[in-house]
Every structure is written in C-alpha cells, then in structure tokens.
Design a protein around this ligand. Structure first.
Ligand code: F3S
Length: 389
C-alpha cells in the first residue's frame, strides 16, 4: 500500500506511540483488503463506548491514549451504558458509572464530541454527498452510505478511532464507486408503519447476508430508512442499500440480471413471530436507533390524554438535541416512562433488572437475547404503549 512520507514517519513512531499504533492498525487493514493508499476523511463516528461492551480491556487502551493524542476530524460517539445524568434512576451501579464516566472523559480528552447517539447523522455529525468518512455503528454507517451518499466501510471501533486520530482511512470497499452498485432487487409489498420497515430490513438482511439491495415499492421517511438500515445490518451485514427514487445513488444503478426477492406482509409477520420469544415485557424500550423529533412528537400525540397503568418500566431512548427541541412532548412522555439520553436498551446493563423486553426495533430484537439475556416481545410502538396506558 502506498504511504506518503508523512504517513511513513507516523508509522515509524515520530509522532509518538498513540499515532504509531493507529497507523499500524490502518496499514494492517489496508493490506488485508488490498487498499492502494489512504484516503482523507471528513468525519468519524466511534462505537466501543459502553463499559458493558468494551470492559477493562477497552478502558485501559483508552487510558493509554488519554491526553496523548487528539482527533483530526469531527468525531462523535455512539451510545454509552447509561444516561450521564440519570444513571442512578436506571439502576446502574456506582462502580459501572465510575468506569463509564472515565471512558467518556478519555474520549473527551482526545477532542471527541461526546454526544453519545447512534443517529448523529440527524444531529451532531452530518456528512455530505460524496464525502469519505470512517464510521462505526452499523445503522449509522449504512444510513450515511445509503441515504446521504457519503462513503464509509463497515468500521469497527479500533478502525474508526485510528482513522479519526489520523484523518484518513484505507481506500477499499465502499470508498470505491464501483463497489457501491446494487447486487439484488427487493420488491417490497408492505404496509407502511415503522415496525414493517424494521422487519423488512430483518427479512432482507437474513436472506441476503452482505449484499447491496435495491428496494422498489416503498417510500420510507427518515425514520423508516434508519430502522431498515439498523435491521439489515443486524440480521445480515448490509452496509449500504438503495431505494428507488429516494436514495442519491439509486438513479445510477443497472438492475439487469440481478437476483430478485419479493417481500410480502406474510414475510413481515413471520419475521415478527420469529423474533418474539417472550410474552409479557417487564421493560418496554423504544428508540433503537435513537428516537427522532418526529417519533417523539408522534409518541406524545399517541399518549396525550391517556392514563398510565401498571408498573412496567418504560424507556424512550433518544439524544439531548431531540430533548431540547421537544420540551413539551418530552413532558408528556415522562408521564409514562423515562426519556433517556446517551444510552440504549442494548448497551445499558438491563440484564441486572429485567428479563423480558418489548420493542419495535428488529435490530434490538437481534441483540437483546445474546447481549442482554432477554426474552423479547417484538411489536409496534402503538401496541406496546397499549400495555401501559
Ligand atoms: Fe442505537 Fe443501541 Fe439500537 S446503539 S441502533 S439504540 S442497539
């Protein structure tokens, strides 16, 4: 792989061991994937934030970097294991909270924006068409590739962190225009609620694995697109998709001879039943990926005038920018549950207090059994809210 003189000197350690390690990671990735060189990036988004997922190993790596390196491009953080202000109300232990706050401090010392959301593309980190970026978090990278037309591979935490420290990433995969072409056509015949779009992503990810699907017959808004992106990346390894007439690169696709897959409401219902492993949730969690302004408003409209019943814990997961924009609606939601920022039902240690979680996100349904030891009730937000109001 070609390296400039400056990149060679970083690799030889002239800028210190933190940057040297980062360059070693990028060069190793570049060699594995046969990259010709490193491409400058405009932004990065990092996963590997929750103490639950990175543990002591991740924390000690961050301690080594703390105050010794700084990011070279706009860099944001994925959700952490707790709401930084309300962790006590979530039942998070003091020990966990101390370690989690230290992780956030380490990232802050490197110049990372600690907004802690998995939808930074709608708030604190918005790429533009054609920009090269280095993003981790599967829903976010798929959204920016597909819906915005920025260019990123499916990065892991260390790859994205290294890229953010050096302002560049190996040029391979989805950084090359020829690798962004559709490889299968999805003819979707579904009714348009959010859960259906999430389950459409579930069906397609499961059936196709790591293809680049081209959808016809759907017109999802930002919320439908984000939930599809999340589900396809969780049930498969899909990092990019096109939607006819909606996503920016859809008009450039040649569909002749591609495999075709038909998805009906029967497939959607079958996927919902397969994901459902529990009966009565003791936690209902909405906001995977994080709730948008439109979703918060819709939920507030749904719940306005209703009375809370039962003692099932309810979480509405979102970010602080959405909370700031929706003060009145947040007041309504708080009458029915906790509006939590910085975190989500998957990366928080919910297994310490809950055993069955209800959610409208196929992505969460994929992860909750393994990462959180949960049984799962997969249903629409409307039907889940009927259980508590
Ligand atoms: Fe976001 Fe957590 Fe879902 S990080 S996409 S809410 S699993």
């Amino acid at each position: 792989m070609f390296l400039t003189r400056e990149e060679e000197s970083i690799l030889e350690g002239e800028n210190g061991p933190g940057y040297q390690k980062a360059m070693e990671i990028l060069v190793a990735l570049g060699k594995i994937f046969d990259a010709q060189d490193l491409v400058p990036i405009a932004s990065a988004h990092l996963s590997g934030v929750s103490y639950k997922t990175i543990g002591e190993g991740g924390l000690s790596y961050l301690r080594e970097l703390r105050d010794r390196v700084s990011v070279k491009v706009r860099t944001t953080l994925n959700p952490a294991g707790m709401d930084m202000e309300r962790w006590n109300e979530m039942g998070v232990s003091e020990e966990f909270a101390r370690k989690q706050l230290e992780i956030i401090d380490c990232y802050r010392s490197m110049g990372v924006d600690t907004c802690c959301t998995c939808t930074p593309y709608l708030s604190c980190n918005i790429p533009t068409l054609g920009e090269h970026v280095s993003w981790a978090e599967s829903n976010a990278l798929s959204y920016v590739n597909s819906v915005i037309g920025a260019m990123t591979n499916r990065e892991g935490g260390p790859g994205a962190l290294s890229a953010s420290l050096l302002g560049r990433t190996p040029r391979y995969g989805l950084h090359l225009k020829e690798n962004r072409r559709a490889t299968a056509v999805i003819e979707a015949d579904i009714e348009g609620d959010l859960l259906s779009h999430s389950l459409l992503g579930q069906v397609v990810g499961r059936k196709l694995g790591s293809a680049i699907p081209y959808f016809v017959g759907i017109s999802p808004g930002a919320e439908g697109l984000k939930t599809m992106a999340a589900a396809m990346a969780a049930s498969g390894a899909i990092a990019m998709f096109h939607v006819e007439g909606i996503t920016p690169e859809s008009g450039e696709q040649d569909l002749a001879g591609l495999e075709r897959l038909h998805v009906s409401m029967d497939d959607i219902e079958e996927a919902r039943e397969q994901l459902t492993t529990g009966d009565v949730p003791d936690l209902i969690a909405l906001g995977c990926p994080h709730l948008t302004v439109a979703e918060v408003r819709e939920l507030a409209n749904l719940l306005k005038g209703r009375e809370r019943r039962g003692d099932t814990e309810v979480w509405f997961c979102t970010n602080r920018e959405v909370v700031d924009k929706c003060k009145e609606e947040i007041g309504i939601l708080e009458g029915f549950g906790k509006v939590l920022c910085d975190t989500c039902m998957v990366v928080a240690p919910i297994e310490e207090h809950h055993s069955c979680t209800g959610t409208n996100s196929a992505k969460a349904c994929n992860y909750l059994p393994g990462l959180c030891h949960q049984r799962v009730v997969c249903d629409s937000a409307e039907r889940l809210m009927e259980l508590i109001s």
